[in-house]
Design a protein around this ligand. Structure first.
Ligand code: MN
Length: 152
């Protein structure tokens, strides 16, 4: 795991975001940060492998079943980012307001790589224990950085 992409995109003298480092012993926390950047979106992050695996969700994450949201995987973020709220100043990457929309613990259910015709389908399931999002969710990889997030 590496934070090189995350750090390369940011000027840490100019943004209040943490520089961060890869943490060896991660807990299983998640956060969803509402990010009012050039396009409002929700950053969904799972603490995993010493970093925050991250997806940008263009629409509000679903609290009910039968709603599937596109989730675009973005660069791994440092674990310190889990508490980040604030305003990223204009002229910086991701400029705009960041606020925590939901957070809590998650429980891993399974990780699978399914063979489907010629392509690999990656998916994982987890239970979210947030204030807004509670229950079993899945992330299923469609293609490249595009995933679907939905409640199971
Ligand atoms: Mn964002």
């Amino acid at each position: 795991m590496s934070l090189r992409t995350y750090q390369a995109k940011r000027k840490f003298g100019k943004t209040p975001e943490p520089r961060g480092k890869v943490e060896p012993d991660a807990e299983h926390r998640f956060v969803i940060q509402k990010h009012d950047a050039s396009h409002l979106h929700y950053d969904f992050r799972l603490e995993m492998d010493g970093v925050l695996k991250s997806w940008a969700v263009p629409k509000e994450p679903p609290t009910k079943k039968d709603v599937k949201r596109l989730a675009i995987q973005v660069e791994d973020h440092p674990v310190d980012y889990i508490d980040f709220e604030g305003v990223i100043p204009q002229g910086n990457y991701g400029a705009g307001k960041v606020e925590i929309w939901d957070k809590g613990m998650y429980v891993h259910k399974n990780i699978r790589t399914l063979k489907h015709k010629n392509s690999k389908v990656e998916s994982f399931k987890f239970e979210l224990k947030g204030k807004k999002l509670k229950g079993e969710y899945a992330l299923v990889r469609l293609k490249d950085k595009n995933w679907l997030l939905f409640r199971v």
